[in-house]
Ligand binder design. Structure first.
Ligand code: FAD
Length: 419
């Protein structure tokens, strides 16, 4: 191992100067990933490229569908997805979302939203993205559904893990890709309260009938402190997706109690104009509800010992923060650094932290306004938002806007990792 580590430093240096490198084999490395949404399967895919032995544990009984479309933008996302071998498939399955506009209570258009802002370069449903990566990895990685890490004990020889249901096991490394409310983070870095910054809004998403007859277009309707967006992303004439955003103090509810979450939404959206009554009716029978705080995760360190955080668990940005793009880049960098370091987690984790932290923070900064953007607090703020977006959708400003949103998504220098 000592020799390996020494070599790794040389190889690493050579890489940064662009000199060809040697590919490293991770077949000796056992890695447990907690969470099978976007970050987890993305890391599995990247680690399998280097031969690692990967186990993914997901609390849900099966791969979770649902969620709005997520987007990728700029050359960094493109490079990472290309290296992962899924760029073409994402393109093939992209939503082709067209015009989105802000409407008034009668559904009359008020403002066009710049498509660069809403859809990036390519957009795909979160559930489809997760499935695509799951399907590419499930034969070579071990997926365990319906279970969760219960305790983690870091030892010099590995991490001893107990589970809620399955037998205890030891892994060389454990990666927390279990989202905003990560149990891995709580177990290793302490309880949520200090890390989760609540941004005064909640977001919900679920399927609704396509009452409006939308065809790859979307509408956003805002009242002070609450908003409903409806979009038809895939041309399905019968189905659309509803996104509900509301301003709120921090709520206390059971995150696994879907009925309680539906009650909160029914209460908050009672009396909403436009499609409000239809959306609430569809909510009653929705079986794919996503409901969460709009919040960000800020931790001092992404790694401790043999455990690292990835995606929303470590640097969650929720809506508008390119959380999906950052998670995928994070997975690529973490696996790449482990490969460069021949599996030595001390070297790899240090490099992962230094490459990803500033990048993720930059993306978090651009996302701070997703709540107030959808649901401005007052009528006056709704009017000034509309004025601003009227300006932004003019052609010269739209180009400027595109550059602005791409800036944080591309603000990272990626080394060439062994393929
Ligand atoms: C069903 C679903 C719908 C979503 N819809 C939207 C949306 O409409 N808009 C939006 O902005 N973002 C949405 N997101 C969040 C979005 O996917 C993430 O912000 C982003 O893609 C980063 O992904 P992630 O994998 O880091 O975290 P997440 O996507 O949050 O995934 C975390 C995964 O870990 C699992 N998990 C949680 N706790 C445990 C545990 N203790 N043990 C094992 N597994 C655990 C979860 O079930 C989930 O599959 C959704 C997430 C999910 C899971």
């Amino acid at each position: 191992m000592t020799n390996d580590v020494k070599n790794v430093h040389n190889v690493h240096k050579a890489n940064d100067t662009g000199i060809a490198h040697k590919a490293y084999d991770l077949s000796h490395l056992t890695v447990l990933i907690s969470g099978a949404s976007v970050a987890g399967p993305a890391l599995a895919l990247n680690l399998l490229r280097h031969g690692a032995q990967v186990t993914v544990v997901e609390r849900a009984p099966e791969l979770r569908g649902g969620g709005f479309a997520v987007d990728f933008r700029g050359h960094v996302h493109r490079k990472v997805l290309t290296e992962m071998g899924i760029w073409d498939e994402i393109h093939a399955r992209q939503t082709h979302m067209g015009r989105q506009m802000v409407v008034d209570a009668d559904g009359a258009p008020k403002v066009d939203l710049p498509s660069e802002m809403m859809s990036g370069d390519v957009e795909i449903f979160r559930g489809e993205l997760a499935r695509l990566m799951y399907e590419r990895t499930r034969d070579r990685a071990e997926y365990v559904f319906g279970d969760s890490v219960a305790t983690l004990t870091d030892t010099p020889h590995g991490v001893d893990v107990t589970f809620d249901n399955g037998p205890a096991r030891r892994f060389d490394l454990v990666i927390g890709a279990d989202g905003l409310h990560s149990r891995t983070r709580s177990l290793v870095f302490g309880e949520d309260s200090g890390h989760l910054r609540f941004l005064d809004h909640y977001v919900a998403g679920f399927d609704v009938p396509n009452h409006l007859g939308l065809d790859r277009t979307g509408r956003v309707y805002s009242e002070p402190g609450r908003a409903i967006a409806i979009g038809n992303y895939d041309g399905d004439p019968d189905r659309a997706g509803a996104l509900l955003v509301f301003r709120s103090e921090r709520l206390s509810y059971d995150r696994r109690d879907v009925a309680a979450q539906k009650r909160i939404l029914a209460d908050r959206f009672a009396g909403t104009g436009w499609e409000g009554p239809n959306v609430l009716k569809a909510l009653e029978t929705a079986d794919d509800l996503y409901f969460d705080a709009i919040a960000q995760i800020h931790v001092d360190r992404l790694t401790r010992g043999r455990v690292a955080l990835l995606g929303d668990a470590g640097y969650g940005a929720t809506m508008g923060g390119m959380g999906t793009g950052v998670a995928v880049v994070g997975a690529y960098v973490l696996a790449g650094e482990l490969a460069l370091a021949g599996g030595d987690h001390r070297t790899a984790f240090a490099a992962y932290e230094s490459r990803i932290s500033a990048f993720a923070k930059g993306c978090q900064k651009t996302s701070g306004n997703a709540g107030p953007f959808f649901a401005p607090a007052t009528e006056r703020r709704i009017r000034s938002r509309d004025r601003m977006y009227r300006l932004l959708s003019s052609r010269p400003l739209a180009a400027f806007f595109k550059r602005l949103t791409e800036k944080s998504a591309t603000n990272i220098k990626l080394p060439e990792y062994p393929a």
